[in-house]
Design a protein around this ligand. Structure first.
Ligand code: GLN
Length: 479
């Protein structure tokens, strides 16, 4: 999944590589989701083809309806036997997309298979604003509702994305033309901070409408904590810091969405206003690193793949290590920190990762044993949550304040233990290890205000109200 096409690849505890939307869901509801929460059409087709090859359809003609649609419904119904109260099925794309037709047909069927008060349809539309004539247009909404109805789905609620408040008369018009009650036309206004959205929708009565349709109790008192979090987020901050994220997918902010959100969460916790600067590592050289990092209070090197831009990351790490600027390395960021240390402190000038140079004489980062026989690229990395043991009297232990942690991974390469003794003796402490002591999961430096890097991705578990410890202490160090 190219970061430029998909933005970040989000990883769940059970190791699913998913669309970044899943990260937003986790951050908003503070629940760990699983691979069952992310379904691609590829998976659906793959499973239907496998069933056909196995003979499950007894040689019958395999068709979109019912075979593909049944497969989709099975995914949704798979939550039937669990402790889930409500299943939200988000269908991506736009009504009328060829890709989405079978999914819309599947959810239409669910509406008939279940009791009327157990199923509802929420249609999200865009109300464009025309600057020249200063008006909001309802036509695209009317049109997509018509399309949806021709597919057999009548929306119960229409959520309208809009930059400007929708006048009452327009809500009435939308209700009339789109065949819903006026109270079911929900304005979805652009807000200053992402986390205000649930409260904004609540004010519009979304929960009231949903709960009354599904015969659920609407517990409004639950919003108080969220409201006080928003008040904190929006209050004037005591501190201000600038964080640089040095990577190569800087043209699309979504490529680092969880990292960026985690930095913000840590800012809320530290009463700090955070400025984030994305710097393209390909533009960084030994000569200009000083200039590039001017005014920066701390640096993050996030995950990544491939050779491009790596030398700029090495220069960056050398600079922050020597100049005692707070540093947080994530996944590739940790691997590059090890390479930098091996080259510039141990003097192994050709130290490298076999990812960047297959034939390197000094592979301080090498291919994991479990990866050696794997030739397929998709879904074959070390994925999902793994336990990690933190050594006492280390920065990592102090940050997490516990011995055992669990964090999410997505990588193919790892720290090479053959160099462990030399690297440790020179000061690069291995402060987090897999429970069997074999895999190095965290490295850190002692004589530095904050220099720590993890093989895992702490950003996948950060939530606005439960920020990730590695980020919280990073911001604290910067302040
Ligand atoms: N490319 C590295 C690996 O596969 C790091 C991956 C990452 O940063 N997510 O091990």
């Amino acid at each position: 999944m190219s970061p430029y096409e998909h933005g970040e690849v989000f990883v769940t505890d059970d190791g699913a590589e998913t669309d970044l939307d899943l990260g937003h869901y986790e951050r908003f509801i503070n629940e760990n989701l699983t691979k069952d929460s992310s379904v691609s059409m590829g998976q659906i087709y793959n499973s239907v083809i496998e069933k056909e090859r196995r003979g499950d359809y007894l040689g019958k003609t395999v068709q979109v309806i019912p075979h593909i649609t049944n497969e989709i419904k099975e995914k949704i119904y798979s939550f039937d036997c669990s402790d889930v109260d409500v299943v939200i099925t988000e269908v991506g794309g736009t009504v009328g997309d060829i890709e989405g037709l079978s999914i819309l047909e599947a959810i239409r069927q669910i509406g008939l298979e279940k009791a009327a008060e157990d199923v509802m349809y929420i249609h999200v539309t865009l109300l464009p604003y025309i600057y020249g004539s200063n008006e909001i247009k309802t036509k695209p909404t009317q049109h997509s509702v018509k399309e949806l109805q021709s597919l057999g789905i009548k929306p119960d609620i229409i959520v309208c994305r809009t930059e400007n408040e929708i006048p009452e008369s327009m809500k009435e018009k939308l209700a009339l033309f789109c065949n819903v009650r006026k109270t079911s036309v929900i304005e979805n206004l652009t807000v200053e901070n992402l986390y205000e959205i649930p409260l904004m929708l609540e004010k519009q009565g979304l929960a009231r409408e949903v709960c009354s349709h599904l015969h659920l109790k609407n517990d409004e008192s639950k919003n108080e904590k969220w409201q006080s979090m928003i008040d904190d987020i929006k209050s004037k901050k005591e501190h201000e810091v600038t964080v640089a994220i040095v990577g190569k997918y800087v043209k699309l902010e979504d490529s680092y969405i969880s990292v960026i959100e985690s930095v913000k969460h840590a800012g809320y916790k530290n009463n700090a206003e955070i400025k984030i600067k994305l710097i393209d590592s390909e533009t960084i050289t030994k000569e200009n690193v000083h200039e590039k990092l001017e005014g920066i209070n701390g640096v993050i090197i996030p995950g990544g793949f491939g050779n491009r831009g790596v030398e700029g990351k090495i220069e960056t790490i050398k600079y922050v290590r020597e100049n005692k600027i707070p540093f947080l390395g994530i996944c590739l960021g940790m691997q590059v920190a090890v390479i930098e240390f091996a080259r510039n402190v141990l003097g192994i000038t050709d130290a490298n990762s076999v990812e960047f140079d297959e034939k390197t004489a000094n592979p301080v980062i090498h291919i994991m044993e479990s990866q050696k026989q794997i030739y397929k690229k998709g879904g074959t990395m070390r994925l999902g949550a793994y336990e990690c043991k933190l050594k006492s009297e280390t920065l990592a232990r102090e940050i997490y304040n516990q011995e055992n942690i669990s964090e999410r991974h997505r990588h193919r390469y790892e720290y090479n233990n053959e160099y462990r003794e030399r690297l440790e003796n020179a000061g690069l402490v291995c402060s987090g290890l897999s429970p069997d002591g074999e895999l190095v999961e965290i490295v850190e430096l002692k004589d530095h205000p904050y220099f720590i890097a993890s093989q895992f991705h702490p950003e996948f578990k950060s939530r606005p109200n439960v920020p990730a410890p590695l980020f919280v202490k990073f911001i604290e160090a910067m302040i």
